[in-house]
Design a protein around this ligand. Sequence first.
Ligand code: FE2
Length: 443
Amino acid sequence: MNFQKAKPIVTNSRSNVRPRMYYSLPILRLACLIAFFVGVLAIESGCATNLFSDVFKKQDTRLTKGPFLLGVYPDRAALMWETDTEGPCKLYYGEDGRLDKYVESVAQSIQSGEEAVKKLFFIHKVWLEDLEPGRFYDYHVTGPGFEGNIYRFRTVPVKTDEVRFIVYGDSRTRPSVHSKLVKQMKKQKIDFVVHCGDLVTKGEKYEQWGAQFFEPLKGLAESVPVYIAKGNHEGDTGNYEKLLVSKGRKNSFGFDYGPVRYFCADNVSEGLDDEVQLHLIIADAEASDAKWKFVSYHVPSLNFAGHWSAWGYPDALPGLSKAGVDFVLAGHSHIYERFRPIAPPGGSDGSYVTYITTGGGGVYMHEIVPNVYHAVAMKKHHFCLFNIKGNKLTMDTIGIGGRVIDHIEVIKNAGRLDRKYLRLAIPMKQILDFQQMNLYRQD
Ligand SMILES: [Fe+2]
C-alpha cells in the first residue's frame, strides 16, 4: 500500500486557502453558538459561578466579609460587611419577615496585600435606627448583582433580668481551632459575645482578617453582636478600627443588657495613657447601678503565667473593687486562669472581684502552674459562658470538645456575694505583694 498517495497536498497558493475557509466558518459559528448556550445553561443551573459569571457578569459585586453585627441596643443596631467592588449596597430589614425598610451604605476602600499584588476592598457600615426593644428583625444585604442571605437578630429588651453571653479571647493564628470553638458556641442560646482581643496574627496584614476572624465566626456574628476589647495584635494601622468599630463609637465603650453593665476597654493602642483608661473603666462602673458589672480589656491586671501581666498595677485592683465591679475578663496570656475572688482592701466596702484570663480562643497555649491564688488554672482552649437570672450567676467554661472544664455559681443578695463563694477570697494586699515580686517576669 502506498501511504504517500493518501497524504493531503499543502501549498501556499490562494486557490487552496479559499475552499478551506469556506468549510471552517460554519463550524466555528456552530462551536461559538454551542459554547454560548452551554454557558447560559451553566449559569442558570448555578454550576458555573466562576468560569462563566466572570466572563458574562464582570460588574457583579461579591460579599467578601460579613454581615457582622457590631452592636445591638434596645432601639438600634450597627452592622458591617465588605465587598470587592465599590458598587452601592442596601441593607433591607424589618420585623416578622418583612424587609420593608432599607438603609444605604457608603463604602470605605481599603487595600489588601503587598504593593505588587494589592487589591481593593470596600467596607460598609450602617446603623439601623428607630427599632423596637426586644423584637426580632430580619435583614439582608443587596448590591450590584447579588442578594445576600436573610439573617435575624433580636434587639435588647428593656425589662429583663436574664442574659446569656460568651466571653473569650486570643483566637488569632489558628483559625481551625477558632472554628471548632465557634461550632460549640453556636450550640448555645446567647445574647452577645465579648472578645478580649488578639483577633489576628498581624493586624496590618489585611488578608488575615478574613481567614482568622470573619470566616470562623460565620453563622454566629450575623445574628449575635460581637463586642471587642482591642488586642495588641490588631496593630495601630487602623485596620481594626475600619473593620470593627461602628460609626460614632470609640474603642472603649460600655453597654447594658438586663441585669448586666459591660465595659470593654482598649488598653493596647499606641499613645493611650493607662491611667486615663483605668479612670474611664472605673468611672463607667461607678456611674452604673446594674446588678452585675463586667469589664474586659486585653492585657490583664492579674495574670500568673504567660506574660505575667499586671496592667494598671497597683491602682487597678483597689480601683475596680471600689467601683463595684464583679468580673474582669482579659486575654493576652494564652491560658485559662480563674482567680479566687479578691477581697476589697482592708475594711473597705468595695466589691469582691473575680479575675479571669480567657486567652484560649485558638492560638497556641502557654504553660501554667497553678498557685494558691488560682481557683482554677489550665492550658486548654475554651470559652466562658455566663448565664445570669436576676441574683443568680452561673459560668460554665467550655472546652474545644464541648466539655465543661470549669463551673461556678454565685448568688448576690443586697449587693453582696454569697458566703459560700467568698469562703475562698484572698486579701488584696497579699496578691498585690505577690504581683510586686513578679512584675518583670515572663514565662
Ligand atoms: Fe496580646
